[in-house]
Design a protein around this ligand. Sequence first.
Ligand code: TMP
Ligand code: ASP
Length: 265
Amino acid sequence: MDFKTPRYIPMSRRRRIYEGKAKVLYEGPEPGTLIQHFKDDATAFNAKKHEVIEGKGVLNNRISEYIFQHLNDIGVPTHFIRRLNMREQLIREVEIIPLEVVVRNVATGSLATRLGIDEGTQLPRSIIEFYYKNDKLNDPMVSEEHITAFGWASPQEIDDIMALAIRVNDFLSGLFLGVGIRLVDFKMETGRLWENDVMRIVVADEISPDSCRLWDIKTNDKMDKDRFRRDMGGLVEAYTEVAKRLGIVADGERPQGSGPVLVKG
Ligand code: TMP
Ligand code: ASP
């Protein structure tokens, strides 16, 4: 299939496949593809808290593109094909496994609360947790026993997901350390991708400051969605700083435009 010259379908004529809290999925230009559109909506605590933060979607599209392209380049399979414009990327259609996979390096958030560990404590090793993706149930934490008993993933798939999670954590930890940022924890999602009769588990959804905790190495300043969750303000500035340090946007530049505008080439 030729993914390099996708037919551009005007937004008004596209079929909307799914709308989530921060993204919309549209039918893609070729069978087996989708367009992932990043909105400016920010939600927390299962959407009890909601705000539109202008510019967030554009930044997450760029940061997630950067991360997924690098994962593809080092052989970690993902759903990502290419970015189309300021707010949209072309992805492969996968069957989403209904789990949020959280990897933690430093105690904070729900782990610190649940187990009474001081915020900021380095964990003795990276910890992987699974949450069942179900808004009605508030994404409860589940164990491998639940996952296999209820058929959300097989034991082999869980092994594959954990291996992917460790590779993503190692890659992201190094990437962010190189630009003075500590990867405290992150959430990723996975999906089943069929190629002919072979199925592989790939990294899906997005990886951005919405789904990671990123602390400045020197100051411990939060550069992620906790700025919104904890009413700290300065979210777009923090995400822009992440993008700048990664070299995605130049100094003094802020990704412009509310898109979608087709990027050629
Ligand atoms: P937690 O400490 O609140 O459990 O969050 C762990 C990580 O998962 C953190 O990086 C934020 C991310 N996360 C999401 O991406 N979506 C969610 O719905 C939640 C609860 C956390
Ligand atoms: N994204 C989730 C929600 O709206 C929660 C979070 O990231 O804190 O509810």
